[in-house]
Unconditional design. Sequence first.
Length: 322
Amino acid sequence: MNGIELLTLVIGAVFWLSVAATLAGIGELILERAGGFNVAIEGMMLVSAAAAVIGSHFGGFAIGLLSGIAVGVLVGLVLGYSTAYLGADNAIVGIALASVTIGLSVFLFKVLAPNGSVNITVPTQPVVKPEWLREIPIIGPGLSNAGLLFWISLAAVVLVWWLLNCTRFGLRLRTVGDDPATARTRGISTRRYLLAAAALSGVFVGLAGAAVPLASVGSFSPGMTGGIGYIALGLVAIARWRPFWLLFASIAFAFFSSLALVAQTTQLGLPLEAYQALPYAATLIALCITAIRTDLIAQLLRRLGRREPAPRHLTQQGNAHA
């Protein structure tokens, strides 16, 4: 197998592998732009995945997606109400929700497949294969086999970019996150916008969770998200809260994940474990580079007599202990 054939094979799985990270990252991006933060994404995705399999079992693919979204919105509302109206700490509520949702997903798995029974299999995403895309060199086969959920994730990126930058709701939501005091003086309810952002975030996180089993597997198993929820947190920071950069970061992460899959059947010169660790190592390295770059820019701005405002969710902890 030559280099072009290997690259085409790896890219063949990149696009559908990027779906869950892109959607989960979009959900977190919305919440962070409103000043929130969610460490429970992994648990939300798992319980949404279980709900999607149950919904798809009884009502088909569309009902499965809606079931996953509904569970994501419900958990998002709990997070948003707890932090916006009850004044609870983001991190503490997120850890509690993560524990509850991960445990609930295991319970739902036992309901789906009791001990000694065969795990249920449900319909997966409809086949969408634009044949004209197949003619594009290297990336064409992967794009034509990406599936419906990939195109939904692309639409989500464009929609969220437009929502945050071109609508009154988005501009107000960003004001709430960047400068809540100014937002309140202008009559904007910071609590309502944070709650709305948490619910909207739940839509995309729930959709990300539903995409994991419904993209190709067609069944649920505990821990099947494989840490994508935690990776999404890092991808949002790497992308600096920009939807299109988040998409590129998700595709880069999916590239290394696809390389690990190919390494299971093709000898690439390194142990399989090295390729399996590569996506997470690459994300960690990118986070470190982003942090160093941000620190250097902040130092430069201070020397020039300017001050770079920090995102609200990064300053809340410091203010709480001041």
